[in-house]
Design a protein around this ligand. Structure first.
Ligand SMILES: *Cc1c(COP(=O)(O)O)cnc(C)c1O
Length: 466
């Protein structure tokens, strides 16, 4: 499919600062080879995340001016609540400042120590919030998802057989809810099919366990359903989203993704008793139920963004732009996860740097080089993010996939920016033999990738660690 032209024109511009290679080299060294610690104004194309980085529309900016900052009962809350009810179909709507607060409120209300939460793949904050309650975050994505080059239209699907077995073994006593992440961020931004959601729902019903969505990229997932799932080609994105959510009991949402806002999130659900307990907690830690940690104007921007994200011209360009970046890389032989997901292209760092073992963080080595050489910021989703010491054996355990994510912010970069990124990655691929492995010099006990410091290994050290 030909990539459509940007379905927007530019009304405001944000100039990018030119940064020399010497300055980048110094900045990444001072940052302890951690891209999170590099100042953002020293970055040319920032593909760290698609979260909170969207460009808002003129209507959303106008919405900010319509903010009603009343402590209680702001009109923006009602607009927001009605929009969520209309699209998601869940009656109880609880605004939060972002997705992880929705996770924290939900899990601290419904989980107890020793519980298990099945999911296709937990996102890092989701996993951390489950584990923070002393519960286990169990990933049950289909086996195809773990093969980076295996084609499958819905590689984000949750394995219903393994779910059935898990629920059979543990029962609803130990599994207070099942989650499905749409699209599956940690697994490459891969979509989940409606057929799979129906199957998962049937398993949940059999064991009488509620099903929640981690709905961050629900519009992108709905687009893939229309493109790929038999029977959905003539349905609107809104209808598909409604059907998808009709199989669930609720959702957590980071509106920093498919809400097209820079801050915001929510929890929505059917269960009135859970909603009441969560609302009480919300008042304690986040804010009054009609603003939940946000300003009235933020709720207005979110309500408008949730509508705009369902526009078909927007989604055709959005998904097309990410696919186009993937095609340019693939044509040059760069190893990427296939098929390309909705919000990002993922480089397969093990295939990219076969001479760097996982114990030396090949994904992070790639991230460092992309910044140093080209000023591009990507993020590692591999041994730095998920590597940990096994509590039983004491051995280091590494994730199956070692990826570098090039996440594309919504409505921010043009097709030319994407061409610059593709050409840079291709150039790095041609010089890949020169890249070295890394070692950690500092790490925090949880979510270490955000603050870790690393250093480059010399040739002799690399050989010794292997
Ligand atoms: C971003 C994200 C979250 C967490 O949301 P925040 O707004 O960053 O707190 C949870 N799940 C998934 C799948 C995400 O992509």
């Amino acid at each position: 499919m030909r990539l459509p032209a940007e379905p927007f024109r530019i009304k405001v511009v944000e100039p990018l600062r030119r940064v020399s290679r010497e300055e980048r080299e110094r900045l990444i060294r001072e940052a302890g080879l951690n891209i999170f610690a590099v100042p953002a104004d020293s970055i040319s194309v920032d593909l760290l995340t698609d979260s909170g980085t969207s460009a808002m529309s003129d209507r959303q900016w106008a919405g900010l001016m319509m903010g009603d900052e009343s402590y209680a009962g702001s009109r923006n809350f009602f607009h927001f609540r009605d929009t969520v009810r209309e699209i998601f179909g869940y009656p109880h709507v609880i605004p939060t400042h972002q997705g992880r607060m929705a996770e924290n409120l939900l899990f601290s209300t419904v989980l107890k120590k020793g519980d298990v939460v099945p999911n296709n793949s937990h996102f890092d904050t989701t996993r951390a919030n489950v584990e923070h309650q002393g519960a286990e975050a169990r990933d049950l994505v289909i086996a195809e998802a773990l093969d980076p080059v295996r084609h499958h239209p819905f590689k984000g699907n949750l394995d219903p057989v393994r779910l059935d077995r898990t629920l059979g073994e543990l029962g609803r006593e130990r599994v207070p809810l099942v989650m499905i992440t749409i699209t599956n961020n940690s697994g490459g931004g891969q979509p989940v099919s409606i057929a799979n959601v129906r199957e998962v729902r049937a398993v949940c019903d059999r064991h009488r366990v509620p099903l929640f969505f981690d709905a961050c990229r629900f519009a992108e997932n709905s687009w893939f359903i229309r493109e790929r799932e038999p029977g959905y080609a003539n349905r609107s994105i809104r209808e598909i989203a409604r059907e998808l959510f009709s199989y669930g009991d609720g959702c957590t949402m980071s509106a920093k993704k498919d809400g097209l806002v820079n801050i915001g999130g929510f929890l929505a659900m059917k269960n009135a008793e859970w909603a009441e307990r969560i609302t009480n907690l919300l008042i304690l830690v986040e804010g009054f139920p009609t603003y939940g940690g946000l300003a009235g104007r933020d709720l207005e921007a979110m309500a408008i963004g949730l509508e705009e994200v369902l526009h078909e011209d927007y989604l055709a360009f959005r998904i097309g732009q990410v696919a186009h970046l993937g095609e340019m890389l693939e044509q040059a032989g760069v190893p990427i996860v296939k098929p390309v997901g909705g919000h990002a292209v993922y480089l397969d760092a093990r295939a990219f740097l076969p001479h760097v073992p996982q114990s030396q963080y090949p994904g992070q080595a790639l991230v460092v080089a992309l910044y140093r050489e080209f000023g591009i910021r990507a993020v590692e989703v591999g041994s730095l993010m998920f590597g940990h010491r096994d509590s039983q054996t004491g051995e280091m355990a590494y994730p199956q996939l070692e990826l570098v994510r090039l996440a594309v912010p919504r409505r921010v970069y043009t097709t030319e920016h994407m061409r610059f990124v593709a050409e840079s990655v291709i150039e790095l691929y041609q010089q890949r033999d020169r890249l070295k492995g890394l070692r950690i010099t500092y790490e925090a006990p949880v979510l270490r990738h955000f603050t870790a410091r690393l250093e480059e290994l010399s040739g002799a050290e690399a050989a010794a660690i292997r």
